[in-house]
Design a protein around this ligand. Structure first.
Ligand code: MN
Length: 362
């Protein structure tokens, strides 16, 4: 049985272009700390292998401090480390992978051909390959693992996407691979631990979100792998989260208060996109809300998808006194120049409608 930590898609040195320059730099520093978290986790569980399935860097370059952080994290664990460069951090003679002085325990795959590394002292064989540009041919075609002991592969590629230019991997090829565990990278969402034939495979997802298409908890996979089986579990990391929150402002007298109440208490470190929805009499001022509520979390973006209240116009087509009244009011509403004017028309319309229906306004 092998104890394994599997991570992928750290995308170190990402631009974080939707944030301010200071915040972006802060998040890049935090990304580097994630490396330490991963190495510490490997050391805590006395992992035999730390598998890193590509896109560790966001590009084929990295800052000096990132290379240093990587090396110092790798020195903090006794696990053997295997890296398969991906479509963002592909291997070349000029890439950080070729230029860095990596510690002894690190093996970087440097060829598009699948390479075999035998580790008799651990009773396993580790396979892997590298992207050499931002695309790769299908990866596992005609592959069959014939290594001694437990067969593990570290690979960046795209399962279930036959048209992908990012190294398509078919389920049939996984089934026929003879691998015990296929440690994948590329898909940024945790896939769950999957099974094809006797092979277990998984994408841990990215280690920290970098945008609103990577929301929620992010982490790595930790556990054990044996011949024909594995017990790998998702372990969340402590990085900041990107979160999206829809807030229905239909019944809100004060939109800012409604947002404040909807935000979770422990959101202070996180990056939020609040989407206002429902029906509301006034068009919310998103810039003012961002200003007023920005302190609630690390960064707040407010989008308005709310609609103006429309029930008022339901009977606008009726050939009745009510219909005629509503048509007059609707024309005023459509011609109104300001939100204030529109609000007054709606107010007048609902009073008038209530009077015509002989009921209290509300
Ligand atoms: Mn990636």
């Amino acid at each position: 049985m092998l104890k394994i930590v599997h991570a992928a898609d750290l995308h170190l040195d990402s631009a974080f272009s939707s944030l301010s320059a200071e915040q972006a730099a802060m998040l890049r520093r935090e990304q580097r700390r994630i490396l330490e978290d991963i190495a510490a986790q490997a050391e805590r569980m006395s992992a035999d292998l730390l598998l890193l399935s590509g896109d560790l860097f966001d590009s084929d370059r990295c800052f000096g401090e990132t290379a240093e952080a990587l090396c110092s994290a790798f020195e903090q664990t006794r696990a053997k480390i295997f890296i398969s460069p991906g479509n963002h951090d592909w291997y070349s003679a000029h890439s950080p992978w070729a230029r860095m002085q990596l510690p002894e325990n690190v093996h970087v795959f440097t060829s598009p051909e699948i390479e075999k590394v035998e580790l008799p002292e651990l009773g396993c064989t580790v396979w892997g390959s590298a992207f050499m540009s931002d695309s790769a041919q299908p990866l596992l075609e005609d592959f069959h693992a014939d290594g001694a002991g437990i067969n593990i592969m570290v690979l960046h590629g795209d399962v279930d996407a036959p048209d992908s230019k990012y190294g398509y991997i078919s389920r049939e090829d996984i089934t026929a691979s003879g691998l015990d565990y296929l440690a994948l990278g590329h898909v940024h969402k945790f896939s769950g631990v999957q099974r094809a034939g006797n092979t277990s495979y998984a994408y841990p997802g990215c280690a920290m979100g970098r945008g609103f298409d990577e929301t929620g908890e992010k982490g790595i996979l930790c556990g054990s792998v044996e011949k024909g089986g594995c017990d790998m579990k998702f372990v969340p990391l402590s990085g900041r989260r990107y979160e999206m929150l829809r807030v229905d402002i239909s019944d809100a007298d004060d939109v800012a208060d409604a947002v404040r109440q909807a935000m979770p208490e422990d959101c202070g470190r996180d990056i939020y996109r609040v989407i206002l929805c429902g029906e509301h009499e006034e068009t919310p001022d998103t810039a003012a809300l961002e200003g007023a509520l920005g302190g609630l979390c690390c960064h707040l973006e407010v989008r308005d998808e709310s609609r103006p209240k429309v029930e008022l116009w339901a009977a606008v087509g009726e050939n009745t006194l009510k219909g005629g009244f509503l048509r007059r009011m609707k024309a005023l509403y459509d011609a109104a120049q300001t939100d204030d004017e529109r609000r007054r028309v709606i107010k007048a319309g609902s009073y008038g409608l209530a009077a015509l229906e002989n009921r209290e306004e509300g």
